[in-house]
Design a protein around this ligand. Sequence first.
Ligand code: ADP
Length: 446
Amino acid sequence: MADFWQRSTNVLFIIIITAILWLILDGVKALIFCSVSLLWMVLHHLHHLVALERWLLRSNHLPSSIPAGSGAWDDVFAHLSRYVRQHSKSQELLNLALERMRSVTAAMPDGIVLLDKNDRIEWCNPMAEKHLGINLSLDSGQQITYLVRQIPFVEYLTARRYSNPLILKQTRQPSLIISLQLVPYGYNQKLLISRDITRFEKIETMRRDFIANVSHELRTPLTVIAGFLETLSADESVSADFNKRALTLMTEQTTRMQRLIEDLLILSRLENEHNKMTEKPVDIVALLHTLLHDAESLSAGRHQIKLNIVTSAQVLGSEEELRSALGNLISNAIRYTPEQGEIAINWELRDGQGLFFVQDSGIGIEPEHIPRLTERFYRVDSSRSRETGGTGLGLAIVKHVLSRHEARLIITSQVGKGSCFSIWFPTKRLILKNEQEVFIEKDAIS
Ligand code: ADP
């Protein structure tokens, strides 16, 4: 009410002056004064109304652009300016919150799609675009089943049992395996969460293959042993000769199983991330002399084995692991080289790195097999590997040992001519006893 009287002061003032003029002068003059005053008031209001309308029609409503007013309009524009300032502040906060939400969802490793009650895409984050092949600017409002057309997904969506995720192979990117989970929310809306599980699926496949391979490797020797044991216990008239042969074969098979289990244990120790390597300077020269001795007993004079040592450099690492890796390469050279073949074991410095290589004149390997040789149980010729006591795990062990020593394995080979397995140890792993050591210039390994 106070506002009403305040806003009416001008009108009251005109009425009072008009009344006084009427009394002092005459009615006509008083009415002229009243009309002119009221006209001035109307023009004053009109002028401000037009200014307000112009401001409202502008595209940006900045508080600084609000027109200046006089009289009652001064207050009106001040209120308006305060309101606009508050509004733009909350708009700014809202924009900030939205921007934060947008960057959080963009950084998320999982894809998120919001679906309306008719399973139409309302919004999705960039990871969902990548997983499901959606382009939000084009596909917003599209049925999700137009974009993810696989029948299992359509069934999953319509079955309305969303407690378990659905595993899907993307048809557009066959290497991508995703897990999809629908979560209902709000009023019949759904949240579709996609996760890239390609790595987990690969590990799962590797685990399944590994169990199958180990079972297969153990089954053959066990079948041999069980067969003999059955015959021996069922038939009392078996000859001493048979007995001897059976015992020899059973011993062979048992040794094979022991070797396999030993290699599996070494691999599992190497793969265990908690099993940190104890690093010490390893005297490679002394190690190679021991390994040469082992190689000679394995070859039993069937090969010519040479040891060429050019450097006394030591390697920082685990002696046990290095013995296993270098020993595996040397024993492979012997096992895959026919009688009278030549094997050269070398240790030198080249291009500032430590180079160990075993060169054989053996059966060689076809190029297509070389990239897969370090896979567990991968063999070029299974029967030759088994005949010579191989477990199929040797090079897998070598690969793990080398990765723990930051070293590289390079394999070159020619079928029928021989192979060369080289290990390059990085400079930072080398301990040079003699500062004058000559670094042999880079040239091909013969
Ligand atoms: P294995 O116990 O079968 O020898 P490895 O992992 O040591 O297992 O080797 C994998 C495969 O690589 C072998 O089965 C063999 O086919 C091939 N291989 C390894 N070393 C040589 C070599 N020096 N010459 C020819 N083939 C080799």
